[in-house]
Design a protein around this ligand. Structure first.
Ligand SMILES: Nc1nc2c(ncn2[C@@H]2O[C@H](COP(=O)(O)OP(=O)(O)OP(=O)(O)O)[C@@H](O)[C@H]2O)c(=O)[nH]1
Ligand SMILES: [Mg+2]
Length: 235
């Protein structure tokens, strides 16, 4: 399996896994500093278009990271219980698990399968925070509210940023609680969940401050930490 993946000693192999459409390809583009609209990057789209695992070198000079875009888990093509083995996830140094909605059974199946492999670092990431927060804010605002409508009254408009802050915090808290609850049920240790969106991820990679940012900088730092640690250990 290592040969199939072109596993190279001295490099850190990072698999990005998750359900179909969770944002895996977009995430790999962003961490490689490519916009999701870039014509050459990992494929991105609303249908499940990634059929095989795809390997991407990291374009940064002297980078020791290699990214792998792993097809969607939890699809009829690859059932949950088979995903870890079929995809050869056991060869990776780090697995980034993206979820865009509920913390799915497929995610728990991967975590369970990873448990005996102490050398695999698993990072849990909740993607598309921007989409979720916006949807929630719009639900809480008066019907037909449109922040870009010039006729909207000042009082209603002033509610918008406030609701956004509230929903953002609620989303962060609920995401973490939900994941910890599932982990506890499975007798797995508690784990941090990084709440991100792709625009803020790309901005953070390019050292630009984004108003949408939540855990993107922490996630990047922690990935860098894992890479440094592994390289020091002589991987
Ligand atoms: N709003 C928002 N949209 C996102 C985000 N990440 C990805 N998307 C969109 O979600 C859709 C699916 O993203 P992909 O990156 O193709 O997802 P994927 O996991 O690679 O999908 P498959 O390869 O089909 O499994 C695309 O339209 C992306 O532009 C995000 O953080 N926020
Ligand atoms: Mg994809």
């Amino acid at each position: 399996m290592k040969a199939q993946y072109h596993y190279s000693p001295g490099f850190i192999h990072i698999a990005v896994v998750g359900s179909a459409g969770a944002g895996k390809s977009s995430f790999i583009n962003a961490v490689r500093s490519l916009s999701r609209n870039d014509p050459v990057p990992a494929p991105a789209g609303i249908v499940e278009i990634t059929d095989t695992v795809t390997r991407y070198a990291d374009p940064r000079q002297d980078s020791r990271m290699v990214w792998y875009d792993v097809p969607g888990s939890g699809t009829p093509k690859v059932p949950d219980w088979q995903y870890f083995n079929d995809m050869g996830l056991y060869i990776f140094d780090c697995i980034i698990m993206l979820t865009d909605d509920r913390f799915l059974d497929s995610g728990l199946a991967i975590l369970r399968a990873c448990k005996p492999f102490k050398n695999i670092e698993v990072l849990l990431v909740r993607s598309k925070s921007d989409q979720y927060i916006n949807d929630m804010v719009c639900e809480k605002m008066p019907q037909d509210f449109d922040p870009y409508d010039p006729d909207v009254d000042a009082e209603t408009l002033s509610l918008f940023p406030l609701r956004k802050l509230e929903e953002r915090q609620r989303f962060i808290d609920e995401t973490s609680q939900n994941v910890q609850m599932h982990l506890e049920r499975e007798k797995l240790l508690p784990k941090k969940v990084y709440v991100i969106c792709i625009d803020a991820m790309l901005a953070t990679v390019n050292k630009i401050r984004s108003p949408k940012a939540i855990d993107e900088a922490d996630l990047l730092n922690d990935i860098k930490g894992i890479v440094l640690e592994r390289l020091q250990l002589g991987c």
